[in-house]
Design a protein around this ligand. Structure first.
Ligand code: ASP
Length: 359
């Protein structure tokens, strides 16, 4: 039998989201099992699907514990060599975070493809059925691309992709990059390779998460996100550290800038063993060491790492993975560095008045 006429075995891990949401009297919430979600979609030819109901939540209720349970389920599913790929149905709100966590730990040529919907189950103009059909097609067609997102006819790499639309069906994009490819008319076209870091081993916590479902969240590391703005002061960053955060993502302004007071708070946090990373609230482009006076130059000097083009949600996942991988706080920055996008440093001529990084 050639590769082309063999039936592909795809496992569908169902986790909830709008694709599984029905009207609850006051609003929509995830409640449909994976079989009901699958029944809405046309099945691409030559694919057999097995459904596993993992959990059923709106993804704004996603937790590290659930994400680690999903990560473990992916690894256990792929331990079966007869499985050709995995599709995960997931709420769109935090889909990019889960996708990136899975991608950082994905060391297998077989694809894991996440999808979801912006319109609830059973709506006449619903996007879920088409997205699910496309995700199955992608899962049955590609290899060696890591964890992917299939949505609205496009294929996105996990790294860098963010939810950029609250309501319209073109929910996802990478504001700093082109999509990986397209899917439609039963075909998948891949136009570029994804940027991926060397895969991490499955964290020990992935086992603890499932084996101790009653354990409080506090047993997993707390990683917080703090946003800078005009009038911003170190109060929330300090509060995160006081609350026991082992990692903090600072969402800075512009190319990664804050204030001298915040740079001092970062230095204090780093001295206490807290991992600090700097991203930006600007939608596209990398953070870069350009400005002093509380800018990225000072934040890096204080011990923070720059996240390249990773935005807050995925930067937080990178910190979480580094913290789970490395128990010694003194070594966590080194564990984090390879998970981030490459550092961007302007050439001196540009820093001294060029336009490439200005604005
Ligand atoms: N609130 C939903 C969720 O993330 C949104 C969606 O799935 O599109 O679960």
């Amino acid at each position: 039998m050639t590769r082309d006429d063999r039936t592909r075995r795809i496992v569908l891990l169902s986790t909830g989201g709008t694709i599984a949401s029905r009207w609850q009297g006051t609003g929509y919430a995830a409640d449909a099992p994976g079989d009901d979600v699958l029944a809405t979609a046309a099945l691409p030819e030559g694919i057999a699907v097995e459904v596993v109901d993992l959990f059923n939540v709106n993804s704004s209720r996603m937790t590290t514990r659930r994400q680690l349970t999903l990560l473990r389920a992916v690894h256990e599913t792929l331990a079966d060599p007869g499985v050709d790929g995995i599709v995960i149905t997931h709420g769109t709100d935090t889909l990019e975070e889960t996708a990136f966590l899975l991608d950082l730990h994905h060391d297998d040529p077989r694809p894991v493809v996440l999808t979801g919907a912006q319109r609830p189950l059973g709506t006449a103009d619903g996007d879920g059925p088409g997205n699910l059909c496309d995700a199955l097609q992608v899962a049955a067609s590609v290899r060696g691309l890591g964890v992917l997102i299939a949505f609205d006819g496009l294929v996105h790499a996990a790294r860098g992709t963010v939810k950029t639309q609250t309501l319209t069906v073109d929910a996802f994009s990478d504001p700093s990059e082109q999509p990986l490819g397209k899917v439609g008319f039963s075909q998948v076209h891949i136009q570029r390779l994804p940027d991926r870091s060397t895969p991490l081993p499955l964290p020990k916590a992935a086992y603890a998460a499932e084996d101790a479902p009653g354990e409080p969240y506090e047993t997993l590391p707390r990683v917080d996100i703090v946003t800078h703005h005009s009038d911003g002061d170190p109060l929330l960053l300090n509060a995160a550290v006081a609350a026991g955060a082992q990692g903090v993502v600072l969402v800075a302004t512009g190319a990664g800038n804050a204030t001298p007071e915040i740079a001092a708070a970062v230095a204090d946090a780093v001295a206490q063993g807290v991992l600090v990373a700097v991203t930006t609230r600007v939608p596209a482009g990398p953070v870069a060491e350009i400005y002093t006076g509380g800018g990225a130059v000072d934040l890096v000097a204080a011990g923070a790492l720059l996240t390249g083009t990773l935005r807050a949600g995925q930067a937080r996942i990178a910190l979480l993975s580094a913290i789970l991988a490395e128990t010694d706080p003194a070594r966590r920055a080194e564990a984090l560095r390879p998970l981030l996008d490459g550092p961007v440093r302007p050439e001196p001529a540009l820093a001294a008045g060029g336009s490439r990084f200005a604005g």
